[in-house]
Design a protein around this ligand. Structure first.
Ligand SMILES: [Zn+2]
Length: 361
């Protein structure tokens, strides 16, 4: 007896004759443990997150040291009700700190402070749904939160959360709450203050890199370059992906909409990372609007000139950047929530330089 936590439908090619065979794979949970599952030749419809299944005759195997179940033609799978799942009282669930939360984990308790919370409307299939997104934290770290039910969360509140689960979202773990989760207000004396987290002093880029990014990263450094694509880019009006030669890779031929961006390389002497500045941040830093940039492009139809002009304006500037940071093979990228320009005291810098040179003489 288990509930589908995540699922994805796709087709795999048969080795024998190359024909396509449908499968659904994802994660199953009974509230105490989570396992990966693969369902061969599933029903055409109705398999979705939240569905509770009664399964007889599944094959249990192991993949990379974790249990995995497979439903084949021998397996009998039928719907069941939530009431049939084992009852787990919140007191029995283990405590986790934010730092320990990993994707696909559930069946835990956490105590956190709400640092940020905002509502967003998203499309789920045909339906429009409200989702509450934010950031929560304890002493060990911060994690993004996404709630599909209204728990009336307010910034500054300390809460104990049970019945949530963790998923990987844009390479960062995210704590997800739904109608089965519970939220209890607590005192939370030992939880950090929201302002402590959001106004923490900048850390070294090497440290941020070691930690693999974070939900509330603050760094300060000098602009040493721009990465492509920077400048004027064209985006699909439906999905926002960048459009190449008028083609969106999902929506085909589209009428691309102009946008402005700068992928800034910031260096603080310990390391470098990328800051993905969106249109408004780029306009503010550069001092040129998208409309003005497009006018320049019309008079000189060479997009690389725009990129060069942005680089010229930003190169050598000291910036303080805050926002969530993710790490991949190319290093850390920050999606900035704020970019402040830090004025360098040129005289002091020059004196410091001279003093250092003096030491070497
Ligand atoms: Zn598109």
């Amino acid at each position: 007896m288990a509930r589908i936590v995540t699922c994805e439908r796709r087709e795999v090619a048969r080795k024998s004759d190359g024909s396509r065979r449908p499968i659904v794979s994802g994660l199953l949970s009974d509230g105490t443990a989570t396992v990966r599952f693969t369902w061969w030749d599933p029903p055409r419809e109705g398999i979705e997150r939240g569905l509770v299944l009664r399964v007889v005759g599944a094959e249990v195997g192991e993949f990379r040291g974790r249990a995995e179940v497979t439903f084949s033609w021998r397996t009998r799978v039928g719907p069941a009700s939530v009431a049939e799942l084992p009852r787990v009282s919140p007191e029995e669930l283990p405590f986790r700190t934010v730092r320990d939360l990993r994707p696909a984990e559930e069946g835990f308790r956490v105590e956190v402070r709400v640092v940020r919370i905002a509502t967003k409307t998203v499309s789920v299939g045909e339906e429009r749904r409200v989702v509450y997104e934010g950031l929560v934290a304890d002493r060990t770290g911060a994690i993004a939160l996404s709630a599909w039910s209204d728990f009336a969360l307010k910034v500054g509140e300390a809460v104990r959360i049970t019945g949530g689960y963790v998923r990987g979202f844009r390479r960062r773990p995210q704590l997800v709450l739904d109608e089965r989760s519970t939220v209890v207000r607590i005192e939370g004396e030992d939880l950090p203050d929201p302002t402590q987290l959001l106004e923490s002093p900048p850390r070294s880029i090497a440290e941020v890199e070691d930690e693999g990014g974070g939900e509330a990263v603050a760094v300060e450094g000098i602009v040493v370059g721009l990465l492509p694509p920077s400048g004027i880019v064209f985006r699909c009006p439906t999905c926002g992906r960048s459009v190449r030669s008028g083609i969106c890779r999902v929506h085909g031929q589209v009428d691309g909409q102009a946008d402005l961006r700068a992928r800034i390389v910031l260096d603080d002497g310990t390391g470098a990372l990328t800051v993905n500045a969106n249109r408004s941040a780029t306009e503010k830093l550069w001092g040129v609007t998208l409309d003005e940039a497009q006018a320049r492009l019309r008079s000189q139809p060479d997009p690389t000139l725009i990129e060069e002009q942005i680089l010229e304006a930003l190169l050598g500037r000291r910036l303080r950047v805050r926002g969530p940071g993710t790490k991949d093979d190319f290093g850390v990228t920050i999606s900035p929530e704020s970019i402040e320009r830090v004025d360098i005291d040129l005289d002091a810098t020059a004196e410091e330089l001279l003093a250092r040179l003096g030491e070497r003489r």
